[in-house]
Write a protein that binds this ligand. Structure first.
Ligand code: C2O
Ligand code: CU
Ligand code: CU
Length: 527
């Protein structure tokens, strides 16, 4: 046996004993994930008077992604029943419509499941009551409806929505179920940031197509452990995306919507990236970075100033190379094992390789009317001392055992909550995530908490990971409010989490969707 066969044989034998979280191939559409719960969809609450009402449907669809044969996808489509014009913006691709809301909006969404399996929608980054948060135990079967009613309490920012069924989130997002969700508020509006044609939402995803232009997903447990990596980069659902822009100032609202790929974003001409916001909204002031690292589910609000460029020139947004912090095997096998271990993908685009994301062509002259203010936001950041447990962080290890990724030493259990996973609703808590996947398998894990936003208090890099730290650290976003943070191998990251006032069960998990599906997800309970 060669090394790969050896590892796969271990994986397969362990998968047999590992139980519930064996990943089904994409083709197994009707593999029997029937809701174990009665239909929990709510009746409209007569006391809730929405000013925005939407219909959102998840269904099978076809889109021409590569020229020629259309690709079959799963897609969200939306319809505005009540509210401002412009609340829904068609994506023009397999992606769902962008939803534009304002802080304070009372939103009702009538969600229809027309997929051949169960699903539920999650509003990533928003703080909504537990029954509105898309917990996997709330999945609805084919043909059923779920009614969401919530008030937007969050700051202006770039959130997103995607499915959240247990074991199938990766496959569903992969097939096309995702969309932007923008919230605006008075503070943001007062800045008069570039808007209309000058505001450009970008969702970056990687996909693999077969010869018939159909999407292929992971087919082995080994692939699930590393996370899916696609060979083709899509931006807003389009291969080789080109933006034709003017000598003006633009606001790029970037979402890493990939299942497991990390991007190290940089401009090909050496321009710095001007970051004005992250997951949870505007920063206090703009920050310039030589490059920007975005793990799965992270967002970046970036200003692109083309006023000094010449008409006819172009610049590329690239992902730069970095030493992939994954599948580094102990026992002298060394780094770079990821290469030999990709199963279905063939000639893959490895984690950490260098590639083009999109090209910007400067096509016409325009007077740039926008000047970036020095001060963006007055958000009140909190201090560690304000936390309930300022000096005693709750510690959550990220680990790997018996071919399973573990969070807080366990895999996902639908209803279970451990003692250290219980918090007071509305409290401020210091949480520490320790990536202790040393030895056999090391990966960076993008850790996401539902229920609201946190600040990154402190990052303690691992010893002996200097080259990785050097390759990524200047581009990690610690500024502002976040809901997802990359925890590199061996690192400890301390967060100051602001839990919402709502009670009930919420999730925290790795946002490598294959890890989430394998059970690297846990509940926490607010009491
Ligand atoms: Cu992007 Cu649990 O979510
Ligand atoms: Cu979320
Ligand atoms: Cu992970």
């Amino acid at each position: 046996m060669n090394r790969r066969e050896f590892l796969e044989s271990i994986a397969l034998s362990l998968a047999a004993t590992a139980g519930r979280h064996v990943i089904a191939p994409l083709q197994a559409l009707t593999s029997g994930h029937i809701a174990s719960q009665p239909n929990l969809a709510l009746q409209a609450n007569p006391a809730f008077v929405p000013n925005v009402e939407l219909e959102l449907t998840a269904r099978t669809a076809h889109h021409e992604i590569l020229p020629g044969t259309a690709t079959s996808t799963w897609s969200y489509s939306g319809k505005l029943l009540k509210g401002r014009a412009g609340t829904l913006e068609d994506s023009g691709s397999y992606l769902g419509p962008a939803i534009r809301l304002r802080k304070g909006d009372k939103v009702r969404v009538r969600f229809h499941n027309e997929l051949p399996e169960t699903t539920i929608v999650h509003w990533h980054g928003l703080a909504v009551p537990a029954p509105m948060d898309g917990h996997p135990r709330l999945v609805i079967p084919t043909g059923a409806q779920y009614l969401y009613e919530f008030e937007v309490q969050d700051r202006a920012s770039h959130y997103w929505y995607h499915p959240h069924p247990d074991d199938r989130t990766g496959a569903q997002v992969y097939r096309g179920l995702a969309g932007h969700l923008f919230v605006s508020d008075d503070e943001e509006s007062s800045l008069r940031l570039p808007s209309g044609e000058h505001e450009i939402p970008l969702i970056i995803q990687d996909r693999t197509f077969d010869n018939d232009h159909q999407l292929t997903y992971i087919s082995s447990r080994m692939d699930a452990m590393t996370g899916f990596l696609g060979e083709t980069i899509l931006v807003n659902g389009i291969v080789n995306q080109q933006l034709k822009l003017a000598t003006s100032v633009y606001r790029l609202r970037i979402l890493n919507g990939s299942n497991s790929r990390i991007y190290k974003l940089a401009w090909s001409n050496g321009m710095p990236l001007t970051l004005i916001g992250t997951d949870g909204g505007l920063l206090e002031r703009p920050v310039r970075k030589p490059y920007l690292v975005l793990g799965p589910a992270e967002r970046a609000d970036v200003i692109l100033d083309l006023s000094g460029q010449t008409v006819g020139s172009s610049v590329e947004l690239q992902s730069r190379a970095f030493p992939a912090p994954q599948m580094m095997m102990g026992g002298g096998m060394g780094r770079g094992m990821g290469r030999g271990m990709r199963g279905s993908g063939g000639v893959g685009l490895e984690q950490g390789s260098e590639f083009k994301i999109l090209r910007v062509r400067i096509e016409k002259k325009e007077k740039a009317g926008f000047r970036l203010p020095a001060r963006l936001s007055q958000t009140r950041f909190r201090r560690r001392q304000e936390a309930e447990n300022a000096n005693q962080p709750r510690v959550f290890p990220l680990s790997f055992m018996r071919m399973q990724w573990l969070l807080n030493n366990s895999t996902f259990e639908m209803d279970a909550v451990k003692e250290n996973e219980t918090f007071n609703a509305g409290s401020l808590q210091v949480l520490e995530f320790r990536n202790i996947t040393m030895g056999m398998m090391q990966m960076a894990h993008p850790i996401h908490l539902h229920g609201g936003q946190f600040q990154v208090l402190k990052r303690t890099p691992a010893e002996g990971m200097d080259d990785l730290a050097a390759a990524l650290h200047d581009g990690l976003t610690h500024e502002g409010w976040k809901d997802t943070v990359l925890v590199l191998p061996g690192e400890q990251v301390q967060l100051l989490m602001r839990f919402p006032q709502f009670k009930g069960l919420f999730l925290y998990h790795c946002h490598i969707l294959e890890h989430e599906d394998m059970g690297m997800m846990r509940n926490y309970r607010l009491t």
